[in-house]
Design a binder for this molecule. Structure first.
Ligand SMILES: Cc1ncc(COP(=O)(O)O)c(C=O)c1O
Length: 492
């Protein structure tokens, strides 16, 4: 019996006395999967049955199962149950037909967690794919001229690694921009140029947390951050998001954070804007637990309605917030340049470690970007992009109008390059997204971003990449497909 195996494994754990029960059960379940007691694809007993068979509390069982879901060992399917991930390495005790995933047997456990699909499996560029900007508008000829100029002017040091956190004029330009537009009070010494948000997350995890430390993550979450934290050996702890953003409940503090990752200006993917009360609550929790907040301000440049928002970093009196920004949305993602603003007392350590770990460089590219900003081209690209995205957003909102009502509401359309259409919990949003894909349109199911919750269903729809004419043409098609599903649901 599985429960006997689990209880025996729990009693055998070497460090058992120092482990909370949910961790013991987590370890036992993990072993059951790795030893083949539970095979890839197998369905687990329900949490209620496990609670009863093991004589543990429901919270303990649910917490262990959630953790295994977050790490990719288990997959939860709405209305059907919890299954062992198909992609886990095949075990020795049970033989199965060779599968297309057999190569995962070569991977480390972390490799399995990193390569098992967590959320967004397909990143193909399509009109409604969220998270993608229209980089076809990028002024290529101008950029080429600036790059040529900096290559002509370059001197030997510019070809070396960069030791001081990046090219100084670019760091100054970033600092000036953030002071004015995001109310981040900062000194240029605090700015580190990175190869984008992923590297900023990696660096922050490596320097501020140890293997096994807890990172609070918004649920639903940005999959890129989940992967970065998993790679660093951190334990993601889901914290629900509501209409005011990340919403820590008193019980969440039972698993205190070392890091808190949040997207307060435009929660990814629900689009919720974090209220001032919540911002203060998050800052106060960070103070209490001596945790660090990683504020990912990934698309704050595009705000279409409502008053401008200041950043969480701007409210931080205790210097507990690290601020992450990226050039991927305003310029183009393949540029691979972003920035990390760290508290003053961390700046020297971050620059040193960044140098040792990543050997950063690309100084002529950074110089071209600095000049692009100084000459006002960045501001002008931003102005044009804002105006163009505003039209696309308005057109999409109008196209979706017939779907809206009691069953479907739009959230997060005030800012950014995507919106979220929330739908009833009874909706199978993955199936709806597949049905929409059959018509050649890519949207993402909200449930695919969920870490452990089962009460967030809907579609995440991008309007950054689609040309206005495409939104005009395909917006009504999308709306009709959604409406058909809503009607079917209402009849059921
Ligand atoms: C929440 C979030 N953070 C950051 C990024 C940008 O990351 P990068 O700078 O690595 O391109 C994205 C891109 O889609 C995102 O959705």
């Amino acid at each position: 019996m599985l429960s006997e195996f689990l209880l025996t494994e729990m009693s055998r754990l070497a460090d058992k006395d120092n482990m909370p029960l949910h961790r013991q059960l987590y370890e036992a379940l993990r072993r059951a999967m790795l030893d083949g007691k539970l095979a890839a694809g197998e369905r687990l007993p329900s949490s209620r049955d496990l609670t009863q068979d093991l004589g543990l509390s429901r919270n303990t069982v649910v917490s262990s199962l959630n953790q295994l879901c977050v790490e990719g060992y288990l997959v939860s399917r709405v209305g059907s149950g919890t299954y062992v991930n198909e992609n886990l390495p095949k075990t020795q005790t049970r033989t199965r037909a060779p599968s297309a995933h057999a190569h995962t047997a070569d991977l480390s456990q972390r490799g399995v967690a990193l390569s098992s699909t967590f959320c967004a499996t397909q990143l193909e560029i399509q009109p409604f794919t969220p998270g993608i900007a229209d980089f076809s508008a990028f002024p290529v000829a101008l950029w080429q001229r600036l790059q040529n100029k900096h290559w002509r002017m370059t001197y030997p040091e510019m070809l070396d690694y960069s030791q001081s956190g990046g090219y100084a004029p670019l760091r100054r330009a970033v600092a000036d921009y953030l002071r004015v537009f995001r109310s981040v009070p900062l000194d240029v010494e605090q700015v580190i140029i990175t190869s984008g948000s992923q590297q900023s997350l990696e660096l922050s995890s490596q320097l501020l947390a140890d293997h096994g430390d807890t990172v609070w993550m918004e649920d639903p979450a940005y999959w890129g951050a989940v992967k970065a934290f998993t790679a660093a050996g951190l334990k993601p702890q889901p914290v629900k998001v509501d209409e005011q953003g990340m919403a820590p409940a008193p019980e969440d503090e039972g698993v205190p954070p070392r890091l808190i990752y949040t997207t307060p200006s435009h929660q990814y993917p629900t689009g919720a804007v974090m209220s001032l009360v919540r911002r203060q609550q998050i800052l106060s929790i960070a103070r209490t637990h001596k945790a660090w907040i990683l504020e990912d301000d990934y698309d704050s440049e595009f705000r279409f309605s409502g008053p401008p928002l200041s950043s969480l970093a701007g409210l931080d009196k205790e210097e507990r917030v690290l601020y992450l920004g990226s050039f991927s949305k305003v310029l183009y993602p393949g540029l691979k340049l972003g920035y990390l603003v760290v508290p003053k007392r961390l700046a020297a350590a971050f620059k040193q470690a960044h140098y040792d770990l990543n050997r950063p460089g690309q100084m002529p590219l950074q110089a071209a970007l600095a000049e692009f900003i100084e000459l006002g081209h960045f501001a002008s690209a931003l102005r044009k992009a804002r105006a163009s995205y505003a039209k696309r957003r308005q057109t999409l909102l109008e196209a979706l109008q017939p779907c809206l009502g009691e069953q479907a509401q739009i959230t997060g359309a005030e800012q950014g390059l995507h919106l979220c259409l929330r739908m009833p919990n009874s909706l199978d949003d993955k199936q709806l997204a597949r049905r929409i894909a059959e018509h050649g349109l890519t949207v993402r199911p909200l449930s695919a971003y969920c870490l452990s919750r089962t009460d967030a269903r809907g579609l995440v729809i991008g309007y950054g990449y689609a040309a206005l004419t495409e939104i005009e043409r395909y917006g009504p098609v999308l709306a009709q497909l959604i409406n058909t599903e809503l009607k079917r649901l209402a009849r059921a």
